[in-house]
Design a protein around this ligand. Structure first.
Ligand code: AMP
Length: 210
């Protein structure tokens, strides 16, 4: 098993890239920390209860809480698999935790998108609550409006995708997550792609450098 980390702001489209690539390549597995946390909230587990308020406010949940979930997924993943790790690490401390558990990070790909583009993207974002597929009302619409192509569930707007929370999430990204760019650059692991080329080209560009 090895790991490719997706680095980028909320709304950079890194989840869409990982989802697309995992659907095309059986050896790739998309692991999203946000999806793990939303799953825990929906199930009402202790971790979910502890994470809920921070998530709804667009803040980060406690490092230990999400790190434990990620460690469990890594421990369960064996064989010839490349994990596309999306949303973790989110700060330098989490990167250090990942390193301390000896996770085999092969590369870190920054999906680069300007903030102004992101605000517009998030406003149009729709998500399948069942299979987690992502859509956009203009850039990546479902075949039938409001309905997931893959599983037929009714699409939703994520609670933390409202404009005020998005501002907070971008602020958190710049303050806490962006330092990871220098962190991984210093380790010689960082690659960068332009994340504003459309879903197909973004995914192809990512695959070419990962
Ligand atoms: P995402 O779907 O990756 O945008 O994550 C949604 C929310 O889950 C974030 O705004 C945070 O509240 C929380 N979250 C996801 N991943 C992490 C992480 N690695 N560390 C802390 N909080 C996280």
């Amino acid at each position: 098993m090895n790991i490719v980390i997706l680095l980028g702001a909320p709304g950079s489209g890194k989840g869409t890239i990982a989802g697309r690539l995992a659907a095309e390549h059986p050896e790739l597995r998309h692991v999203s920390s946000g999806d793990l946390l939303r799953g825990a909230v929906a199930k009402g587990t202790e971790a979910g209860k502890a994470a809920k308020a921070a998530m709804e406010a667009g803040q980060l949940v406690a490092d230990e809480l999400i790190a434990t979930m990620i460690k469990d997924v890594i421990a369960e993943t064996t064989g010839d698999v490349t994990m596309l790790l999306d949303g973790f690490p989110r700060n330098v401390r989490q990167a250090e935790i990942l390193e301390a558990i000896g996770a085999p990070v092969k590369s870190v790909v920054l999906v680069d998108v300007p903030d102004a583009v992101i605000a517009d993207r998030i406003a149009g974002r729709r998500t399948c609550p069942q299979c987690k597929a992502g859509y956009h009302i203009h850039a990546l619409p479902p075949k039938v409006e409001g309905v997931c192509d893959k599983c037929g569930a009714k699409l939703v707007i994520r609670k933390d995708d409202n404009p005020d929370t998005v501002k907070d999430r971008l602020q958190v990204y710049h303050a806490q997550t962006e330092p990871l760019i220098a962190y991984y650059e210093a380790k010689g692991l960082l690659r960068k792609i332009d994340g504003d080329q459309g879903p197909e080209k973004n995914a192809a560009a990512f695959f070419a450098v990962m």
